[in-house]
Design a protein around this ligand. Structure first.
Ligand code: ZN
Length: 198
């Protein structure tokens, strides 16, 4: 059995995920978002792409059976289990700048963007390479007529999870999100686990 690793509140990490391995992202307390990025371990110029993925899926809400594609149309991850069914793949990681924009009265935080940039730097990823993340558990309903977005608290409950299988060797970036509105107003840890998938 693999062990469960905790990402403390408002922080992030990066690690290798080999082809065939399964990554499970767990919301241990409920209503907590985790931003997920994936890079080709052999060439970090190849990166997860919201645009490609949503184009191929023909939908904006992804769940079990959906594949996450790279900017070069390679399948990077497949969602193999999902107890929530509501995640976001439209919005960029929260950042110092988005804190200024949305929370001008709060102390700014470097957010998921800063946490991902630091965690991914040892793998040769520079901040300008950080794209839209697959935001596990983030609840962003869209008005079908106007296209207007809302950021609501996640519908995830304690212990809910989403599992991905790696289709190629990857570098993964993963956070416990730092933005108040995305997380129901409080900051919680995220747990993850890697299984051999065999
Ligand atoms: Zn965030």
């Amino acid at each position: 059995m693999s062990r469960t690793i905790e990402i403390p509140e408002r922080s992030g990490t990066a690690f290798r995920l080999r082809k065939g391995e399964m990554l499970t992202v767990i919301d241990p307390r409920g209503e907590q978002v985790a931003d997920l990025l994936a890079f080709n371990a052999g060439d970090v110029g190849e990166v997860i792409s919201s645009g490609r993925t949503l184009d191929y899926a023909g939908r904006i809400y992804l769940t079990t059976g959906d594949k996450l594609y790279s900017n070069r149309s390679t399948v990077m991850l497949e969602i193999v289990e999902d107890t929530v069914g509501r995640h976001d793949f439209l919005l960029t990681p929260c950042s110092y700048d988005t804190f200024h924009h949305f929370y001008p009265r709060l102390e700014p935080h470097r957010g998921c963007f800063g946490n991902l940039a630091e965690a991914l730097a040892p793998y040769g990823v520079i901040p300008d390479q950080i794209p839209i993340a697959f935001n596990c558990f983030m609840n962003v309903p869209v008005d079908g007529e106007t296209g207007r977005l809302k950021v609501l608290p996640p519908i995830s409950k304690a212990g809910d999870h989403i599992s991905f299988r790696a289709a190629i060797d990857l570098i993964i970036g993963l956070t416990a999100c730092s933005a108040p509105d995305s997380n129901g107003g409080s900051f919680k840890p995220i747990h993850y686990r890697i299984d051999s998938g065999k």
